[in-house]
Design a protein around this ligand. Sequence first.
Ligand code: UDP
Length: 462
Amino acid sequence: MSTTTTTTGPHILAYSYPASSHIIPLLDLTRQLLTRGLTVTVLVTPNSLTLLQPLLSIHLSSLHPLVLPAAQPQPSWNSRIEKDRAIRDLHYPLLINWFHSHPSPPVAIVSDFFLGWTHHLAKELGIPRVVFSPSGAFALSVLYSLWRDVPKIDDDINFPKIPHSPIFPWRQITAHYTNGKEGEPNWEFSRSCILDDIASWGLIFNSFAELERVYVDHLRTELGHDRVWAVGPLLPLEDDVAGFNNRGGSSSVPCDQVMTWLDARPDNSIVYVCFGSRTSLNTKQIEVLASALEISGVQFILCVRNGSDEGRVDVDRGEIPDGFEDRVEGKGFVIKGWAPQVAILKHRAVGAFLTHCGWNSVLEGVTAGKVMLTWPMGSDQYTNAKLLVDQLGVGIRVAEDTENIPESIEMARLLVESVSVTRPERVRVKELSGAALGAIKGGSSDKDLDGFVKLLPRELNL
Ligand code: UDP
């Protein structure tokens, strides 16, 4: 891999879905492409322009922001899909105009897997579209199979074409599928998005072969061996302190304060608890969790937010019980808002991570070598939890969504177990951590990304 930045490489357009957990890895990928000499235009909406600033300051001549307006939320929207359709209607014509008026337009589009319509945009422009998946290969295999094969409603959904023939209960299948039906505009839009992803020229995803080899191979068999690249884990550079501390948002507490607190604790003694960028716990969930943390006596960092849940007002958002913070003083560090997650996970004092199993969190926890305590709550999180617990043996199942929550006393037992030195998960996750770092330091992911860059057309032959 080349580490010098030149501006002579092909020009590509990187287009993320407008959500933190999609923008974060796409910007990390962008940095990798810039260091390989590509010129990259990154499409951002005004709100996310700040996330680009750190990269812009380093790659002034080869990184260009393309700021397009965000789709304005409408009261009539009751699912993400309406927003996605509005994004398409707004951005498609703007991108066509931008492309045709550009003196040196992109030779390829790398766009998020929620933006399936960019396949048609790329076709109209006569350039390849590469899908960027912030999800892993197992989750993507399930998603592709679901929307392509359209299984009928049943108690369980079986995926016999996917390695290990996974089965999921109906309630764990994406609501975009289960709540709609064929012929409905939103359902059809979701399906066409995935079918367009499958039909696209290539697929880059944020994972690494050593983590999910059978699923990487499965996707290669389905989509083409020379068109699928596993390039993860996408992370800030080792020496990028600001990148670690403020990844995807500004930390709500000074990072130094959290690090000082952790510095005073023994190795592997802390459980870090965080449920990603969007999920807020309901009253029952937070009460059980707070009580478990208290009973267990383990030391912890708890990150809670009164999250967005896509702006919904009908959501039960639980509050930390009164007096909790006083009772756990010295043992627990509570962060209300945005935590410097990657920096926390990297710290030697953190031994386990209680997570909702969002894919970025999974990769960050595994790469840091932490025992994963799983509490999936939606979308691909069930698949990710299954991978961690049943297949990789690095996770301990704690709870599932709002229904399957153990008693506090049982959750407390699992928290204590997770920081015990004898858990086999710790040994396995350390091995995987080594494999993750190997993959991005000259290993499989580095090679995949080099291979992708080599295949890019050097110029546009319209
Ligand atoms: N994140 C963070 N601080 C927080 C919450 C989240 O830095 O307080 C980051 C986290 O490191 C990860 C991303 O936000 O990179 C969350 O992505 P994930 O896929 O885990 O979950 P999602 O937000 O999509 O549910």
